[in-house]
Design a protein around this ligand. Structure first.
Ligand code: GUN
Ligand code: FE
Length: 499
């Protein structure tokens, strides 16, 4: 089951497919439809595959393959905090819950223990590409990058830049320190040996600039980071934007229009009012390789600016509900052609699984639909041709949820040429999913029942596959993830843990 490029509202579900992955490059070499077990020998002969070339993974009834999940926003050092502090909104939550925990990552031994456990859990939940915030510490964040590298996950790893408006025990000494440590981390990550077939630009783990959010960065620091981004255009950037009402008020007060530099590539008069996106833009940090988490309360002009710069949005609905931040208008962003992926935002979000983000993205889109003034009207529209109606103000279909979790995330990370869908020539980042009763997840038992009632034996048809996908997205968890592959390598999943 795979999303396809260019369609946010449909996906391919191919029963009885056979797919081959190169051992050398980890790329998908061919995909054949409708290969029944008895015909497998013929297909292999057609492609000149002989027995010893082959490592065969056969799927049973109730199992299917999907692209790996892409988590476009999470915090490694907040994994130990998952599920605590639900009573707070963002700024209190940072001060009371988050900063005290992140500060512990000064201790490198603690960081190693915590990150080893965190990354293993994230992989086994099916995340094949992950955008990680580390803490502000250089050494601890190097350890995070090392662990991700050793586990074979595809990732972006950055250390937080934060030189103001943070507690004394958890703040960088100066903007110069912040910049030096950032450059040192970039060098460290680029020195990690690239795996199969790779130059550093092809390495699975990439550095990412991580100004925590505008509030925590001085203008001097943002200026320096913008300079690094300008001199190194391939370097990805991640930050938070427009998450919480009090945060936005504070941001605007810190960056009045009078102090904002004129943005690079700016045409026309300088803006007379500050917007959150405008702050990042002014410092050269709003680019096609910028990942903006949350985007809950964007103004219309910011949406246009983000589209012009082709920056991507990480939609973090679990966190946005949990910290009472609000709900992002994802449908409207998709209608504008803005890149959108999903983020778990642990521990603002209380789950490391993109499945939870999928479920809450569905609920968030329904909240948007319910609160839209033309609610009844859009509901009536819903049954017309799915490809032509806009996404704004209606619930996201399963196809779009799958897209956000995979190919949409790849686009946000500018990795859509490599991953995000199962297509010939792309790298094989994929999950073997089981919704069988013996997966150990009783919530999905109904799938077996359906098959039994349909008397379908070993044949799975397309509508059954679609049903399995929907139930997996809404009721599945790591028990249903048998195997996790990145670039053709088995790196996690239930079967990997058992081996
Ligand atoms: N804004 C600044 N830091 C954070 C963080 O750690 N989590 C979330 N959700 N928002 C932030
Ligand atoms: Fe976050």
């Amino acid at each position: 089951v795979t999303p396809t490029t260019g369609s946010l509202s449909s996906y391919l579900a191919i029963p009885n497919a056979a797919l081959s992955v190169s051992r050398d490059t980890g790329t998908i070499q061919w995909i054949e439809e409708d290969v029944h077990p008895s015909a497998l020998q013929d297909v292999m002969a057609k492609y000149g595959i002989v027995g010893e070339d082959l490592f065969l993974v056969e799927l049973q009834t109730g199992e299917f393959l999907i692209p790996g999940f892409i988590d476009t926003h999470t915090h490694g050092p907040q994994v130990p905090n998952m599920g605590s502090g639900q009573e707070h909104e963002l700024l209190d939550w940072l001060a009371k819950v988050t900063f005290p925990t992140e500060a512990k990552f000064k201790d490198v031994a603690f960081a190693r223990r915590a990150y080893t456990s965190a990354v293993r859990r994230i992989i086994d939940n099916g995340t094949t590409t992950c955008c990680y915030y580390g803490s502000l510490h250089l050494e601890g964040t190097k350890v995070l990058a090392d662990i991700v590298h050793n586990f074979g996950q595809r990732a972006f790893v950055g250390k937080c830049n934060m030189d103001r408006n943070s507690p004394d025990y958890y703040v960088e000494a100066s903007s110069q320190d912040s910049v030096l440590h950032t450059l040192e981390l970039i060098t460290h990550i680029r020195s990690l040996a690239p795996s199969a077939g790779g130059s550093p630009s092809n390495a699975l783990v990439q550095p990412i600039l991580t100004p925590r959010f505008a509030i925590s960065c001085t203008p001097e620091l943002l200026t320096s980071l913008g300079g690094i981004a300008a001199s190194d255009p391939s370097l990805t950037i991640q930050t938070h934007i427009s998450e919480n009402a009090a945060e936005i008020v504070f941001t605007k007060s810190l960056f009045p229009p009078s102090i904002l530099p004129t943005p690079p590539n700016h045409h026309g008069p300088k803006p007379t009012e500050t917007t959150y996106a405008g702050v990042y833009d002014a410092y050269g940090l709003l680019k096609s390789n910028t990942i903006l988490a949350h985007a809950v309360h964007l103004e219309g002009s910011e949406v246009d600016l983000i589209k012009r710069r082709n920056a991507g949005i990480s939609h973090c609905p679990t966190s946005n509900f949990n910290l009472r931040s609000g709900w992002a208008k994802v449908g409207a962003l998709l209608d504008k052609g803005i890149k959108v992926g999903l983020g778990t935002d642990v521990s603002g979000g209380f789950s490391p699984s993109i499945l939870t983000a999928v479920q809450h993205a569905s609920i968030a889109s329904k909240v948007v639909a319910l609160s839209a003034p033309e609610h009844k009207h859009t509901q009536a529209h819903h049954h017309t041709a799915a490809t032509t109606i806009p996404f704004a103000n209606r619930h996201l279909p399963v196809s779009t949820l799958l897209y956000l979790a995979t190919l949409g995330g790849a686009e946000v990370c500018n990795l859509q040429e490599k991953v995000g869908s199962l297509e010939v020539g792309k790298e094989f980042d994929a999950l073997v999913v089981s919704v069988r009763e013996d997966s150990g997840n009783p919530n999905l038992w109904g799938v077996d029942l359906d098959q039994e009632l349909a008397g379908s034996g070993s044949e799975t048809d397309k509508s059954e596959l679609e049903g399995m996908l929907e139930r997996f997205l809404f009721c599945g968890d790591d028990r249903n993830i048998r195997r996790v592959y990145v670039r053709g390598q088995l790196i996690g999943g239930k079967e990997f843990r058992r081996a």
